[in-house]
Ligand binder design. Sequence first.
Ligand code: AMP
Length: 186
Amino acid sequence: MAVRLVLFGRQGAGKGTQAERLCAHYRAPHISTGEMLRDAAAEGSVVGKRVQVIVDAGQLVSDELMLDVIQDRLAHADVQEGGFILDGFPRTMAQAEALLGLTTIDVAVNLEVPHDIVVERMHGRGRADDHPEAITARLNTYETRTLLALAYLDRQGLVVTVDGIGEPDDVFDRLVKAIDSRVGVS
Ligand code: AMP
């Protein structure tokens, strides 16, 4: 059965790692908008260069561009057949609303790790956009904008919160349990 999941979590909550494991478990394509944007930036096109400046500053790329990217990706055959695990989208209320206009989703998982703990974790990561100003900007954006997207999906009854603290294997087990209870897989 194809699952259509959205994964929310502060940067550094372990979302990317868990998303990959969930993709293997549910045999669903991983859609990471951050990765797609980093690939676009690496190509060095005009759009890619503009994207890179925004990503490096820890700010959000425009909803308009993101919606084009996601609409295009959701139309691919692998997603049509295998569902998806969305990682890093939606990040704003407008993106969340638009997403529900494009597709149904089974569940949105909120991988909950408190602010102070993710700050500790992120300093060791070494990505180009992991300098202190960008980390702070991304966390602020999460609190001020992405939590509104999460609240919107919660009002639609789609959100389940999972404790993201602990060993990755334990967190993964919790995620699978929470997801299966929502999508009717035993
Ligand atoms: P991530 O790998 O998910 O942490 O994303 C890295 C960066 O890509 C973010 O800090 C944003 O600059 C940009 N980005 C990723 N997804 C989105 C989105 N849905 N909306 C706007 N910007 C995004």
